[in-house]
Design a protein around this ligand. Sequence first.
Ligand code: GAP
Length: 464
Amino acid sequence: MVDMEKIVSLCKRRGFIFQSSEIYGGTGSCWDYGPLGVELKNNVKRAWWRDCVQLRADMVGLDSSILMHSRVWQASGHLDHFTDPMVDCKFCKGRFRADKLEDARCPQKPSKQPGQHETCQLTEARMFNLMFKTFMGPVEDDAAVTYLRPETAQGIFVNFENVLQSMRMKLPFGIAQIGKSFRNEITPGNFTFRTREFEQMEIEFFVIPGTDEDWHQRWIDERFAWYPKYGLRKENIRLREHDKDELAHYAKRTADIEYLFPMGWSELEGIANRTDFDLKQHAQFSGKSLEYFDEESKQKIVPYVIEPSAGADRGTLAFLVDAYTEEEVRGEKRVVLNFHPELAPLKIAVLPLLKKNDRIVETAKKLMLDLRKRWHTVYDDTASIGRLYRRQDEVGTPFCVTVDVQTVGDDKGAADNKVTIRDRVTMQQVRVELDSVAAVMEKLMAGQWGEIAAEHGVKKSASA
Ligand code: GAP
């Protein structure tokens, strides 16, 4: 398993993720996605949205606001229950989660768990609410207090009736949302794994009570199969059932999908059976009925809710870690991000073999503009071909297309109107007709390198 340090360093060097406010010394708990990082994360979110919303007849989407009525957080239980136990060290002034001391490090040397140095003076644990408080409007008094949402879920529950009526939904159906959430984590860390500002991809799936256990299992299976579909190695994910004493106050059963991150097995997504807790709470606190009329039983019911709740940042980090590969090629180290083509931030790089040959440059630029209409394509002529390949490997670009003298012809020979396509994974190359590149790419993006290589014959090449 790769070190997190290597991932952090590659992310900064190649424009994936930067520390927030770095020129001011940075914050340890927020991260900025750079030009390639934003593409990668958007691709993760897009794949989730397409699979969970657009390809399903029983799902619709929502984009609710981050700031909500403060009563929402009373009803949801976040004001009372959304707390972690915290301890301070009077000696080193460190602050730690009391229930996660084994995962924390005391700032004193040598590195030990807080409480294990003779000088450590840990206080009694006290509960700390993780919600960020702010004020709605210009007056900073108690009546204006509100919170940055700590989960997107509540925006869905308070819109249950709106969606039900406006879209004429019938149970079972789900509402999905992707958006920012904020938690004042006591110990953020492990890069983008635990931060104070992050994005969630959440589904609240409403079902008839009594069918909830079956639907819960269906969603666990569905979500567990989703990550390998986009390249996560099956041996690196597992399901973990919550113990009874670990369940959230609203949950009947919860299963986590865990990923083998560099720091060990950790939660990627939680899938909870939230029962009718939320709808009943909001009905009670708002005074509005949130019932559903069941045509079959001719009765009003409060639906149960199955909640697959994933982190967009954690998912992106897992795909990054899983894609990271180091190998030796002709005595040199090759670093590759073996992203699924669907997730890769750049899909194709068009590389002119000679940047001073006008015909090569013109042909390559025209090809790049053509391919760009369909895939995110870049043009690069700033190094030798070997270095350009390595650069694209390191950011996970699935295919490079090289335009050379043979493509355009010269005094010694006529143009063959063919270009070389190089596959990131095998480093094999095939030579295809210039005007068939888009059609070939369509197949390659669908994972058909083997077929294309068999059809065209793999080219012998000096530059892998
Ligand atoms: N609505 C349920 C809920 O929010 P959760 O287990 O607290 O459940 C769901 O969060 C997912 O959100 C987690 O599995 C994780 O992927 C992501 N997440 C939670 N806290 C996070 C944090 N501080 N930083 C990054 N991602 C976080």
